[in-house]
Design a protein around this ligand. Structure first.
Ligand code: ACO
Length: 309
C-alpha cells in the first residue's frame, strides 16, 4: 500500500475584514479584551462555502500544475455546508470542471485533518490524485448578538492536491477521535446559531489536543523533540499556548494565523500550515504535527514529513 504526497496548495479568505474595533461598535466588547483572551485581532467574513472552496482549490490546482481532469476524488471538509442537500462538494466539483467522486466530511474544526487522513485511505486503495479542501463560513451560523461567540468565528478555506506515491509517503502517523456525549458543549441546530460553553470547551480542548498529538507521534515512532512545526487548530491563542506547553513544543515551533483569521474551523489548520510553508518555515524532511479539536468533541492529529512540492 502506498501513501500520499502534497504537490500543491491554495488558500482563500473573503475580502471583507472585521476588526475588533468594528465588533466593539456592534456589541459590548473591546479590542483589549478580545486580544488578551483570544489572540484574535481581525477576521475575514463573507462568501459561501462553495465559492471559497473553488478559490482555494483553483490556487492548489494551479500550483500543482495539473489538469483538473486528472483529479480522481474530492474530499471537502465543512461544518457549514451551503445546502442540507446536496453536499457542497457537488457544487465545487462542477465549478472546477472535475469528473470524479466528491463528498463532504463534517468533523467540525477537526475536519481538515479527518479529510486529509480519509484521502490517504482512498490513495491506499487505488486513488491516484485527490483534492482535499477545508472550508467554513461560520459567520453564517454566528449569533452577532452573542459576544461570547461572535468575537471568535470567521470564514476561510484551504486546499491541497495529494498524489498517490508507491512508498510510505508523507503521512507518518494519525489519530482521529470523537466523544458525542459532549455534544451539548458546542452545537447549532439546523438553521440555528452556534451555542457554546466556552470555558468547558477550553478545558477539554487542551486535554484532547495533547492526547491526540501524543498518540499520532507514538504511531509515527517519533517524539515531540522531532517536531519542527506544530500546526494547531486556530481557536484561541491561550488554548494553543496551553496545549503546546503540555506537549513540550515551544511557541516558536508553532504556526499561528488566528490573529488575522479568527477561528475558521475546517480552514484553520490548512491556513496556518500553508502560511508557514509560504513563509519558508518548512524544509524537506521536517516533521509537522497537525492537531485539531472541535464540536462533537472531535480530535484529530497527523504527523507529516514535509516534502517541498
Ligand atoms: N468582551 C468583553 N467582555 C466579555 C466578552 C467579550 N466579548 N465575553 C465575555 N466577557 C466578560 C464576561 O461577561 C465575564 O465578565 P464577569 O467576570 O464580569 O462575569 C468576563 O469577561 C470573563 O468571561 P469568560 O466567559 O469567563 O471569559 P473566558 O476567559 O472564558 O473567555 C472565551 C471566553 C474566549 C470564549 C474562551 O472561553 C474560549 O476561547 N473558549 C474556547 C472556545 C473555542 O475554542 N471554541 C471553538 C471550538 S472549535 C469548533 O468546533 C467551532
Amino acid at each position: 500500500m502506498g501513501g500520499g504526497r502534497i504537490i500543491g496548495w491554495g488558500t482563500a479568505l473573503p475580502e471583507k475584514v472585521l476588526t475588533n474595533d468594528d465588533l466593539s461598535v456592534m456589541m459590548d466588547t473591546n479590542d483589549e479584551w478580545i486580544t488578551e483572551r483570544t489572540g484574535i485581532k481581525r477576521r475575514h467574513i463573507g462568501g459561501s462555502t462553495a465559492s471559497l472552496s473553488v478559490e482555494s482549490a483553483r490556487r492548489a490546482i494551479s500550483m500543482a500544475g495539473v489538469d483538473p481532469a486528472s483529479i480522481d476524488g474530492l474530499v471537502l471538509s465543512t461544518t457549514t455546508p451551503d445546502r442540507t442537500v446536496p453536499a457542497t462538494s457537488a457544487a465545487v466539483q462542477h465549478a472546477l470542471g472535475l469528473r470524479c467522486g466528491a463528498f463532504d466530511v463534517n468533523a467540525a474544526c477537526s475536519g481538515f485533518v479527518y479529510a486529509y487522513v480519509v484521502a490517504h485511505g482512498l490513495l491506499a486503495i487505488g486513488a491516484k490524485r485527490l483534492l482535499v479542501i477545508g472550508t467554513d463560513t461560520l459567520s453564517r451560523v454566528t449569533d452577532w448578538g452573542d459576544r461570547g461567540t461572535a468575537i471568535l468565528f470567521a470564514d476561510g478555506s484551504g486546499a491541497c492536491i495529494v498524489d498517490g506515491v508507491p512508498d510510505a509517503g508523507q503521512l507518518l502517523g494519525w489519530d482521529l477521535d470523537a466523544d458525542g456525549s459532549l455534544e451539548h458543549l458546542l452545537y447549532a441546530e439546523v438553521g440555528g446559531y452556534i451555542h457554546m460553553d466556552g470555558k468547558e470547551v477550553f478545558r477539554r480542548a487542551v486535554r484532547i489536543m495533547v492526547d491526540s498529538g501524543r498518540k499520532s507521534l507514538a504511531k509515527a515512532g517519533l517524539g515531540v523533540d522531532d517536531v519542527t512545526l506544530c500546526v494547531p487548530h486556530q481557536a484561541n491563542v491561550r488554548i494553543i499556548d496551553a496545549a503546546c506547553r503540555q506537549l513540550g513544543i515551544p511557541m516558536d515551533r508553532t504556526a499561528t494565523v488566528l490573529h488575522e483569521t479568527g477561528n475558521t474551523s475546517s480552514a484553520s489548520i490548512p491556513l496556518a500550515w500553508f502560511d508557514a510553508a509560504e513563509r519558508g518555515r518548512l524544509n524537506n524532511g521536517d516533521i509537522v504535527l497537525l492537531v485539531g479539536f472541535g464540536a462533537g468533541m472531535t480530535a484529530a492529529s497527523a504527523v507529516v514529513e514535509w516534502r517541498q512540492p
